[in-house]
Structures are given as C-alpha cells and as structure tokens.
Design a binder for this molecule. Structure first.
Ligand code: PEP
Ligand code: MN
Length: 337
C-alpha cells in the first residue's frame, strides 16, 4: 500500500502517517520524490483502515499496489532510481557502458582490455573471476587472483569494476575488490544469495534468468530491496526460446516494459543476448534506442584464444565503432553515452 502525500504536506504530517503505519506493525519505506513524498507500507495491510488514512492531514491518496513486487514498483517510487557508482550514475541521462572480457585470464589481458574499453569511452570494467560454466571441464575463472587483477586494472584506468558472485559465502571476499556485484542469469532465483546481498549496500547488477518472466525478475529485485539494499540494476541478457540461430533471444521489449513497471535502472547485455559477435552491435544499438540505462558488452583483444565467450566478444575496433554509433542514437533520444 502507498500513501501519496500532498505537495504541500509538512514534515510533521508525513511523520504522523509513518508513525501510524509503524504502530500497526508495518514496515515503512519513505520516498521523497521531486514532486511529492510517497510513503509505502509493507506487511499485512489488510487490516489498515484506508478511509481513516485518507482523511489524515497532508494525505492526497491511498493506493493499494496490486503487483506482487512493491519496493521495485514504480507505483511505490515515481521517479527513476539513480545509482551512483564512483563518478557514474546509472539511471540518469548518460547511458553507462560496462565492458571487458567475459573472464579475467591474466594480468596482461585484463590491463590491455581495460585500457581499450576506457579509451573507447566505457565507464565500468567487467570481468568474471568465478565463472558459472556449463561444463565442469571448462575454465572456471581465476578466483581471488582474478578479482585482484580486475580491481588493479580498474584502479589503473580509473573505472569501477563489476564481477559475478556465485555464492553467498563469497560476499566478504568480493566486497574487497568489486564495486558492483553481478548476479548471473543462473542465480537470479537463488533467493538465499539475493537475501544475503540485501544485507549489503553495494549495487547489485541482477541479470534476468534465462527462463524468467519480467515479473520474476522484478520479484528477484524485491528480495534484494526488501532487506534494505535499494541499489539494484536490472539486466536483460536474453532468454531461452525455440529460436536457435542465436544463443539466446534478446528481449528488447523488456526494456520499455521494465521502465514502465519499475523505477529501477535496466541495462542490456547484447553479448549474451545473441552469443554471436556480428549481432552484438545491432542489438546494443537497439537496446539504447529502446531506453536502456546502460550496456554490458564483452570485449576481447584476442577472442579466438579467449577462455570463455570468445565467439560473442567484440574486437577492440568493433567496440570503438559501436561506441561512436551509440553517441548518435543516445543523442536522438535526448541522452548521451
Ligand atoms: C557473464 O556475464 O559472463 C555471464 C555468465 O552472464 P549470464 O549470467 O547472463 O549468462
Ligand atoms: Mn560471458
């Protein structure tokens, strides 16, 4: 349930509403938007007497949220959420580009690629250290050594870093090295992991599960938010369909749909979304045109020798060209890259 306060509502009036809800045993979340304050109540709201709330001083309206996700809903928080990471804001006018290799392989590789993506205009460097591979015989990542190298490369080129977390026991370790925890598609519904991440305040990049609906993605975000971590960045990375010319089917329509349903930022991942190098740039351009707040793109200096996801990694020159193209697209919709 949300209580929308009048524009002219005083602090005392807002407090009175919050106190009343708290006294009823409900969890209260207050959102001070540009236009007005919205007070959200979570818990067993069935017993709340809507009419008496409606007649409290300063109250404009009382709305019951029908969606199963509350904190993630735009009804709960009208203004788009902006998440600050270093000097970057995800969810603002600038489309934030995160780029780097699928996996950190060695020092030379990650430093080389970080330099390439930085010079081309990326703001955040990515690189997996713990890799969730389909085969137990494939490269599983460098573990802590990979995190150290990623962190060092981020420092060297003045970029925050994002890396995937596979399990809750890694939170303390990863916290030392990463600026954003990435929850991969395979873990989107690992509710235990989400709950543990909700106890941190570090941004979480939450990827859509490969067979997850948009509602399930938003419910996963709700898990993180309900523990008090509101810094959730959603990611459309393609879903499994009957189509097999591409690795996944990138659901570009998820971007505007999520924007309508939720205030959380959403980024597009055309690398996993297509799995095929030549299709990455068109889908990156489409994601920005559709309103994505950012992109996550795999780039490799020597993709034929990459230890994971080489076939979908852009070559340095392709990434540079794409970054130029994105400027025009972003400009056309009143944004920048
Ligand atoms: C990745 O980003 O390298 C990755 C494994 O992504 P996803 O979880 O979307 O498959
Ligand atoms: Mn990958």
């Amino acid at each position: 349930m949300v209580i929308v306060m009048k524009n002219e509502a005083t602090e005392d009036q807002k407090k009175a509403v919050s106190d009343m809800l708290t006294n009823m045993g409900l969890k209260v979340h207050r959102s001070d938007g540009e236009a007005r304050t919205i007070i959200g109540a979570i818990g067993d709201t069935a017993k709340v007497d809507e009419l008496s709330l409606k007649f409290m001083d300063g109250v404009l309206n009382v709305v019951r949220i029908m969606e199963p996700y509350k904190l993630a809903s735009r009804n709960f928080h009208e203004d788009s959420t902006r998440i600050s990471i270093g000097n970057n804001i995800i969810g603002g006018d600038k489309v934030v580009i995160m780029a780097g290799p699928c996996a950190v392989e060695n020092e030379n590789q990650i430093f080389k690629i970080a330099k390439i993506v930085k010079e081309a205009g990326a703001s955040i460097v990515r690189g997996g250290a713990f890799k969730p591979r389909s085969s137990p015989y494939s490269f599983q990542g460098l573990g802590e050594e990979g995190l150290k190298l990623l962190h060092a490369a981020g420092r060297e080129f003045d970029m925050p870093v994002v890396s995937e977390i596979l399990e809750a026991t890694h939170i303390d370790l990863m916290n030392k090295y990463v600026d954003i925890f990435q929850v991969g598609a395979r873990n989107m519904q690992n509710f235990w992991l989400l709950r543990e991440l909700s106890k941190t305040r570090k941004p979480v990049l939450l990827k859509r599960g490969m067979a997850a609906t948009i509602q399930e993605l938003l419910m996963a975000a709700e898990y993180i938010m309900s523990g008090g971590n509101y810094n959730v960045i959603l990611c459309e990375r393609g879903i499994r369909t009957f189509e097999n010319y591409t690795r996944n089917t990138m659901d570009i329509s998820a971007i505007p749909v999520v924007k309508k349903l939720s205030h959380l930022p959403i980024v597009g991942d055309p690398s996993h979304g297509t799995g095929i190098r030549e299709h990455v740039a068109p889908m990156a351009r489409a994601a920005v045109a559709a309103g994505a707040d950012g992109l996550m793109i795999e780039v490799h200096n020597d993709p034929n020798k990459a230890l994971s996801d080489g076939p979908q990694s852009l070559l340095p020159d392709q990434f540079k060209t794409l970054m130029e193209e994105l400027k025009t697209i972003a400009w056309a919709i009143g944004r920048s890259v």
